[in-house]
Design a protein around this ligand. Sequence first.
Ligand code: NAD
Length: 449
Amino acid sequence: MRVAIFGTGYVGLVTGTCLADVGHQVVCVDIDQAKVDGLNRGVIPIYEPGLEPMVKANHAASRLAFTTDAASAITHGQVIFIAVGTPPDEDGSADLQYVLAVARTIGTHMAVPTVVVNKSTVPVGTADKVRAAIAEVLAARGVEIAFDVVSNPEFLKEGDAVADCMRPDRIVVGASNPDSVALMRRLYAPFNRNHDRVVEMDVRSAELTKYAANAMLATKISFMNEIANIAEKVGADIEQVRQGIGSDPRIGWHFIYPGAGYGGSCFPKDVQALARTAQQHGHEPKLLNAVEAVNEAQKGHLYQLIQRHYDRGEDEGVRGKTFAVWGLAFKPNTDDMREASSRRLLAQLWEGGASVRAYDPEATDEARRIFGERDDLVFCDNAYDALDGADALVVVTEWKQFRSPDFVRLREVLNDAVVFDGRNLYDPQEIEAAGLAYYGIGRGRSLHA
Ligand code: NAD
């Protein structure tokens, strides 16, 4: 099938590449000329495991093209995806300006009946707005062309995006027209051979499903962070508690790790956007507001532990100290730093007068772009370089390579021999036995500080 995808970010690029990989003819459109030029030269703008060779192979096989020419892409596509960003507006609701701009562009160039598929995460009712925006432009052109707007929210996880896209656990298709459903089934048939993964529903339910999924996952994280904070107060080890509850199949093992708060391009904005949708419809979203509030507080929790350790009164504790920071990305296997917990921590350390030696396996370029050059920030080439001259280590992102460091070496190198573990990677007893002070989230010295 011939497919056009607007937006060549994490979702658009991965989706386009996977659709091309199973034989569809895909044209990816973006307004970012530099990004499109780079992709045409084989420069992949994001880090996503397994993506680069797939982009290159499908581009070389002429199944995957990149362009800024919206008109030609619209002419090409039997199916046109919208996969542009929906960042938070000032009040936290989803900003639909990019989605609606694409809708108007589609209306401007559409010449034959087309199915428009919204893959961006958008509030309930957006398909109606997209439909209206296209219809308005068609009316202004004085033409009548049949089209349908389908909701097909995306559930890929950054860091696992290619695998998620190639083997989706569900393909939600929100549509009222049976012909559109049939077209979507044909498009996704190569991903749907083992068993039927397509979940058909009405458009509004599909739009809400995406928010419900992200809000549920964010709730699990905030719940565990709250329990970890209670564990700190009462002197219980959250890791033992996690093992104790995860074994209950009604609770399960997934997404019950406490930590330094959730970040990324999705959970923070989607929880907020869903809360605003609820409010706009006269429902007070007490739980969603609490999930967000817990997370906001949790992003500052590592710094609270640091302050407790270095407490010398008057907030002078960290002034002049140097912190090695392992991990800047909001989670492992990505270079995405949107809403990353590291950003809050670094801002707090700098505010307190400390310096940072940071290492991240993939996010250094992005961090450089965000923070620029500054005297109190050094980017290091590997994890151990970051420890050179540092007083303490803070682990913010749970990259695999940070899981089993040489604790004796850490103790020898770190001037203050202290580790703040924002992802509970280490065993408090083992690390304390090596002569290091250990603070985890809801465990280690955090319990007694
Ligand atoms: P992104 O910011 O990585 O990419 C968006 C791209 O759209 C950018 O390259 C931008 O230049 C382009 N763009 C903006 N306006 C355009 C226009 N008029 N025409 C063509 N291109 C245009 O965004 P993303 O992370 O891929 O997210 C896209 C959507 O998917 C969002 O709604 C997001 O919530 C949702 N989503 C994201 C993820 C994720 O893990 N990142 C997962 C599921 C759903």
